[in-house]
Design a protein around this ligand. Structure first.
Ligand code: FAD
Length: 472
């Protein structure tokens, strides 16, 4: 190690204590490997500050030594945003020790938390005050609020409550210069110039480090009831969505699409999970209604709406959960799709957004294009249909190995992402850009938008030390 590198580590140790500056390979390993195990980066150290002031002091030290910083929360991101590249020049700055719920204000319906708070911990703190923090995703036991905000995470309740951006009223941020901006007022109205909060949300750690946030809370619903509805096609799923929105309004809190292939995959890898229908159907919608009155109210509303859908030939069949345990079982089918995919081997993944009205047309147009280019390929199509967000993953044809099929990544991306662009969609709905989709962003984002993004990055981080190589 050079004398300069040694001096930098000594400075960091003096700021946060030697125990919180990891530099042995074995200690750093979990922070350098991405969640899916596709990539392992390299770093000169992993820094674990224990306070906002320590974050600021470390950032100043990094700026002085021109050391790039990769902020990291739970490291559950799926686009290689939270791991360093292979150069070994950066530090990973983990927010894991900033994990306090600072305050809950039940009257203002807000909660102020450290950025390193695990999402599930934030949900539980809200529930202890009889409130709901509605952000919910399968990684909630590991991901952090700072990571959720930095990726503008979506999840299963966006239809009713919005993305992480809509759930945040204020931020505390350490700038690339090591200054602390405290914007934790928790106001629902504040028209005093540029919205700095919205700039940092979704910035994937490229503009500064989020250290704290004020989150919006909602009343706890009295009950949430789930149904699995069998459908003839994605077009019928869109008709069911409209019907439910008309009848249930804001009570509709979840609407997930799953193809027959997805449920077959889950059944083959997780045979212990429920199989609600004796017969197979082409598509399924997992629907959740919440009620502020009672479970009976939610069940009645859901049964009436689904009854109408079957009568109008929108739906083929349906199973309405009769208990919380049955609801859980139905949600498990949806949550196990990514796990079943992982068990089946790697595939080529796309996390895309489309105008809801164009989803059926997108699937009907894109699937034949894929079949033409890669005969026999398997489409694993599921997602948050109510938000216009599909996970549109492509698995190899039978007889072709998963690893071998990955060589087609570029060509498969071109078919899918060109079609997304033609349908007015986005190549990243909820996972962000990171390093994985940086070249795709350059291809599909308008030159003017890219120029504005570069101008913002250059103005806020002129030394380019915040997560360089991510997004841009
Ligand atoms: P990390 O992975 O640590 O970081 C993500 C990005 O944010 C990186 O660019 C990092 O540098 C930056 N960052 C992290 N913390 C900070 C901070 N404090 N300040 C500045 N920058 C920071 N995502 C969804 O949107 N919806 C889903 O339904 C969903 N489901 C998932 C299911 C599974 C099983 C898994 C593994 C992931 C899923 N994800 C989903 C992706 C992931 O969980 C989210 O992106 C999550 O918000 C990342 O949080 P994290 O704390 O793990 O962030």
């Amino acid at each position: 190690m050079s004398a300069e590198a040694q001096a930098f580590l000594d400075t960091c140790r003096a700021l946060v204590g030697a125990a919180h500056v990891l530099h042995e390979a074995a200690d750093m390993a979990p922070f350098l490997r991405d969640w899916r195990g596709r990539f392992t980066g390299s770093a000169r150290a992993v820094l674990r500050p224990g306070s906002v002031e320590e974050v600021a002091a470390l950032v100043r030290a990094c700026a002085a030594a021109r050391v790039p910083i990769v902020p990291q929360g739970g490291n559950t991101g799926l686009v290689l945003g939270s791991v360093p590249d292979a150069a070994g020049t950066a530090v990973v700055l983990s927010l894991a020790r900033l994990n306090r719920v600072r305050a809950v204000d039940a009257v203002n319906r807000t909660m102020t938390v450290d950025a390193g708070c695990i999402l599930q911990q934030a949900q539980e703190a809200a529930a202890a005050h009889d409130c709901l923090f509605p952000l919910s995703l399968a990684a909630e036991g590991s991901c952090t609020i700072g990571g959720n905000l930095s990726t503008n995470a979506g999840g299963t309740a966006v239809l009713r409550y919005g993305n992480a951006r809509e759930l945040c009223l204020g931020l505390e941020v350490v700038t690339p210069q090591g200054d602390i901006w405290s914007g934790l007022a928790g106001l629902r109205k504040d028209n005093t110039g540029y919205d700095l909060r919205d700039l940092y949300i979704g910035a994937e750690g490229t503009l500064g480090i989020i250290t704290g946030a004020v989150l919006k809370l909602y009343p706890q619903p009295k009950a949430a009831i789930t149904a699995l509805v069998a459908l003839a096609s994605p077009a019928h799923a869109l008709r069911l969505l409209s019907l439910l929105q008309d009848r249930a309004g804001a009570s509709l809190t979840g609407f997930e699409l799953m193809s027959a292939f997805c449920l077959r995959l889950v059944a083959s890898h997780f045979p212990q999970l429920p199989r609600p229908f004796a017969q197979q159907h082409p598509q399924y919608a997992l629907v959740e209604l919440s009620s502020s009155e009672s479970a009976a109210h939610a069940v009645a509303l859901l049964e009436q709406a689904i009854g109408a859908a079957i009568e109008e030939a929108v739906a083929l069949d349906a199973v309405v959960a009769a208990s919380v345990a049955q609801s859980r079982g139905l949600w498990q089918l949806r949550e196990h799709i990514p796990l079943a995919q992982a068990a089946a081997g790697k595939n080529i993944k796309h996390d895309i957004a489309l105008p809801v009205s164009r989803i059926a047309d997108f699937i009907a147009t894109t699937e034949p294009l894929l079949q033409q280019a890669f005969p026999g390929c398997q489409l694993v199509c599921f997602g948050h249909l109510g938000d216009g967000n599909l996970h549109f993953n492509v698995a190899p044809p039978a007889g072709i190995g998963n690893e071998a099929f990955l060589a087609n990544q570029e060509a498969v991306n071109r078919v899918v992402h060109d079609s997304v662009a033609q349908h007015g969609g986005s190549i990243s709905a909820e996972h962000g850009i990171g390093a994985l989709k940086r070249d795709e962003l350059a291809r599909y984002k308008s030159p003017v938008a890219l120029q504005l993004m570069r101008a913002i990055k250059g103005a806020l981080d002129p030394l380019n030390i915040m997560n360089p190589g991510k997004i841009l």
